[in-house]
Design a protein around this ligand. Structure first.
Ligand code: R5P
Length: 285
């Protein structure tokens, strides 16, 4: 049986279909004062799978997840596999400055305390988040699904990582498609501002595919598009796993010269056109 939280209803339904499992009805609403009410409306059995991304609004989605998990645990179920396709609070996995809350650690402990018996997530911002759990935690890669999209939509691409941190993703896709890859150099000046250094790229007249794990404000991708435009790439396809897309990020990316933007359905968005349902279903099977 699959239970989908508010943030991952369609993905949960697709996972249930892939696995030939039943999708459990869930009532989730807010009381007039803003507090969350959750009721599981099916007969839950051992081996239940809960699917809930914890992106925006992070605190609400997390609270809903805690309530779902604890309710199932209180029904006497001990095997609760928990799929968190996009893992919110995943960027603060250590204290960078004195006195900072290690939010990823707190969130992991609360998920475990609420009743999860194992965790499945996709392209966690930091692999080390798996180590913050005492229960088994798996970090799946959506790169094969993205590579399939690229194969069907772009001929002979060059895969570009917008910074060194994304080079692993670019290499994974490039090796699946047997094509060239390169990376740009990015410096983050603040959470909203990044600077990307110009670089010699052999991209003139070629189709470029930018790949990153997260597109948040879009700053990283806007800079990458500008550099690829300067180098006269003939077409720019932007891809990511988690389309967070804060505010007008998508508009800025198209205005910077992107011809196509695609993300996966770990988060709901206008560009969530690559599904991770079969990836998750295979991992659960
Ligand atoms: C950074 O480490 C990530 O891989 C992304 O490049 C970053 O989160 C993107 O953020 P933004 O869209 O705000 O530039």
């Amino acid at each position: 049986m699959i239970i989908g939280g508010s943030s991952s209803q369609k993905l949960a339904a697709n996972i249930a279909q892939e696995m030939g499992d039943v999708l459990c009805p869930l009532e989730s609403r807010k009381f007039p004062d803003g507090e969350r009410y959750v009721r599981i409306k099916g007969e839950v059995e051992e081996g239940v799978v809960v699917v809930q991304s914890t992106g925006y609004p992070q605190d609400e989605n997390l609270m809903e997840l805690f309530l779902i998990l604890k309710t199932i645990r209180d029904m006497g179920i001990t095997n609760i596999r928990t799929v968190i396709p996009y893992f919110g609070y995943g960027r603060q996995e250590k204290s960078f400055n004195y006195g900072e809350a290690v939010s990823a650690d707190v969130v992991c402990q609360l998920i475990e305390f609420a009743g999860a018996s194992s965790i499945y997530s996709i392209n966690l911002h930091e692999q080390s988040i798996c180590d913050l759990f005492k229960i088994p935690a798996y970090n799946l890669s959506a790169m094969p699904a993205i590579a399939n999209y690229v194969k069907d939509n772009v001929e002979d691409p060059v895969i570009i990582a917008p910074d060194k941190g994304a080079l692993g993703f670019a290499q994974e896709v490039a090796s699946l498609l047997n094509c060239q890859c390169d990376h740009l150099e990015k410096i983050r000046l603040s959470p909203e501002k990044v600077e990307t250094k110009p670089k010699n790229l052999d991209i003139e007249g070629r189709d470029a595919v930018i790949i990153d794990d997260i597109i948040s404000t879009g700053g990283t991708i806007v800079n990458a598009c500008s550099i690829l435009k300067e180098h006269q790439a003939s077409r720019i396809v932007v891809s990511c796993v988690h389309p967070v897309l804060v505010g007008d990020a998508l508009l800025k990316i198209f205005a910077a010269g992107a011809d196509d933007v695609v993300g996966t359905d770990t988060l709901k968005s206008e560009v969530s056109n690559v599904s991770v349902a079969s990836l998750v279903a295979d991992a659960l099977k």
